[in-house]
Design a protein around this ligand. Structure first.
Ligand SMILES: [Zn+2]
Length: 403
C-alpha cells in the first residue's frame, strides 16, 4: 500500500517537474542578480550551460545553498595572467623555459577560477592566446579568458604604423587592444603618445570592431583618450574632476586601482626589486600613490554617470586576491557594497561587450555563478570566502557546508 503511494507521488512529481532528472537545480538563500536586485529563497534551474529559470520553489534540489549568498561569477577586466614568480622566487623572466611558463599560466588560471573569477581579461601577452584556446577546449579549469595579446608601448610609431599594429593584433586574435599612452606610475605617469597617436589607435580599433584599453595616468592622456572614443581608461591616477566628468559624458569606462595593485608590489618588494623600473624611485612613487589613488577614487565616486569598472591589474603575487580591490573600495573608498558588486559583475560584463551572456543571473544567461559563505552586503569580505564556483553550468568548486 505504502509502496503504491510512493510510486503515485513519484509519478506526480515527474509530471509536475518535467525533465527534472536532467536538470541541475540550485537553491539560493540569498541571490544577488548582479544588477542591484536581492532575492530570497530562490531556485535556479539550469538548462545545460545556461540558466533556464529562477523562481521560488520548495522540494529537493541538486545543490542546496540555502545558507549562502549566490551571485554572478566575478569578472576582472584587467589581469596579467602570464606574470608570476619564477623558480628563484622573483618576478619571472620571459626567457624562462616555455614549459615552465605554460604551467604557471595554467596554475594562475586555476587560481583565478577558484577565487570566484569566472571571466578575466588579460592585458595581455601573446601566450594568452594559447591559454585561451586551452581553457575553451573544456578540460583545463580556468576563467573565460579574453586577451589583448601584445600591447603597444612604442611612442616612436607614426599614426599609420599604429593603425597597422591594431589591425595585426586584431588579426592575431586579440579580443581587445591595449596601448600605453603614458609612462608607468614608477616613472611619474607622464603622457607618452601624442593626442594624434591615441586617436589613431582608438579610431582603428573601432574600425576593426575591437574594444581598446588605454593605460593613462596623466590627466592630459586621459582627456585625449576619452575624446578619441577609447573604450576604457585604466589607472587614471592623476585625473581631476574635469577628466572624471569628461569620461562620464563620453561613456568611457574607468578602471582605477586602489586596494591590491600597489599594495602587492610593496608586500613583495624583494621579488620585484632591481628589475626594470622596480627601483627605489619606482617604489617611492608607488608608496606615495596609495593615498592619492584612494582620494582620486573617492572623487570619481562623486560623478554618478561615471562607469567605474573593476580591474585589478593584478600580476605576480596578486592572482587569487583580486577581490581585495572590491573590499578596499567599499571599506576604504566608501563605495556602497551593492555598487561595488555591480561593478565586478554586470558593469564589467558590459565593458567586455558580454552583457547579453554573463554578469547577471537571469534566464538565458550563462550559468556562471558563485556562492559566498556570508552576506557581502553587510560584510564585503565575504567575497574572499568563495565556496562554490560554476562556469557555464559546469561545477568547479563546492566546499559548501552540508547540514
Ligand atoms: Zn596592466
Amino acid at each position: 500500500m505504502q509502496r503504491q503511494l510512493i510510486a503515485a507521488l513519484a509519478a506526480i512529481a515527474l509530471l509536475t517537474t518535467p525533465a527534472s532528472a536532467q536538470q541541475t537545480t540550485i537553491r539560493a538563500g540569498t541571490l544577488l542578480d548582479g544588477k542591484g536586485a536581492t532575492l530570497r529563497n530562490q531556485v535556479i534551474t539550469l538548462d545545460g550551460p545556461r540558466i533556464a529559470r529562477i523562481a521560488p520553489s520548495t522540494g529537493p534540489v541538486t545543490y542546496d545553498l540555502q545558507r549562502l549568498t549566490i551571485l554572478p561569477g566575478l569578472i576582472d577586466t584587467h589581469v596579467h595572467i602570464v606574470s608570476h614568480f619564477g623558480a628563484d622566487g622573483r618576478l619571472a623572466s620571459p626567457n624562462d623555459p616555455p614549459a615552465e611558463r605554460a604551467l604557471h599560466d595554467a596554475e594562475t588560471a586555476y587560481t583565478l577560477l577558484m577565487a570566484g573569477f569566472t571571466t578575466v581579461q588579460s592585458i595581455g601577452a601573446p601566450a594568452d592566446l594559447a591559454l585561451r584556446a586551452a581553457i575553451a577546449r573544456g578540460q583545463l579549469p580556468g576563467p573565460r579568458l579574453l586577451t589583448s595579446s601584445a600591447p603597444l608601448n612604442d611612442a616612436t610609431l607614426t599614426p599609420d604604423q599604429i593603425r597597422a599594429y591594431v589591425r595585426k593584433t586584431a588579426a592575431d586574435g586579440a579580443d581587445v587592444i591595449k596601448i600605453f599612452a603614458s609612462k608607468s606610475i614608477r616613472e611619474g605617469g607622464g603622457q607618452t603618445l601624442s593626442d594624434a597617436q591615441i586617436f589613431a589607435a582608438c579610431d582603428e580599433a573601432r574600425a576593426q570592431g575591437k574594444r581598446i584599453w588605454v593605460h593613462a595616468h596623466a590627466a592630459s592622456a586621459v582627456r585625449a583618450s576619452a575624446l578619441a572614443g577609447c573604450t576604457a581608461i585604466t589607472h587614471g591616477f592623476q585625473i581631476t574632476d574635469a577628466e572624471a566628468r569628461l569620461m562620464a559624458e563620453r561613456g568611457t569606462y574607468f578602471e582605477p586601482q586602489t586596494g591590491l595593485l600597489l599594495q602587492n608590489y610593496i608586500e613583495n618588494k624583494p621579488r620585484f626589486f632591481g628589475i626594470g623600473n622596480y627601483n627605489e624611485a619606482g617604489f617611492k612613487f608607488m608608496e606615495d600613490s596609495i593615498p592619492l589613488t584612494l582620494a582620486m577614487f573617492k572623487m570619481a565616486l562623486k560623478h554618478p554617470g561615471l562607469k567605474i569598472i573593476m580591474g585589478t591589474d593584478g600580476g605576480a603575487g596578486a592572482h587569487g586576491q583580486n577581490a581585495r580591490e572590491i573590499v578596499y573600495r567599499v571599506r576604504e573608498g566608501g563605495q556602497p557594497a551593492m555598487a561595488a558588486i555591480i561593478a565586478a559583475t554586470s558593469l564589467n560584463a558590459s565593458a567586455l561587450g558580454l552583457s547579453d551572456r554573463i554578469g547577471t543571473l537571469a534566464p538565458n544567461m550563462e550559468a556562471d555563478l558563485i556562492a559566498l559563505d556570508g552576506d557581502p552586503l553587510t560584510d564585503i569580505t565575504a567575497l574572499q570566502r568563495v565556496v562554490f564556483v560554476m562556469k557555464a553550468g559546469k561545477l568547479y568548486k563546492n566546499l559548501a557546508p552540508t547540514r
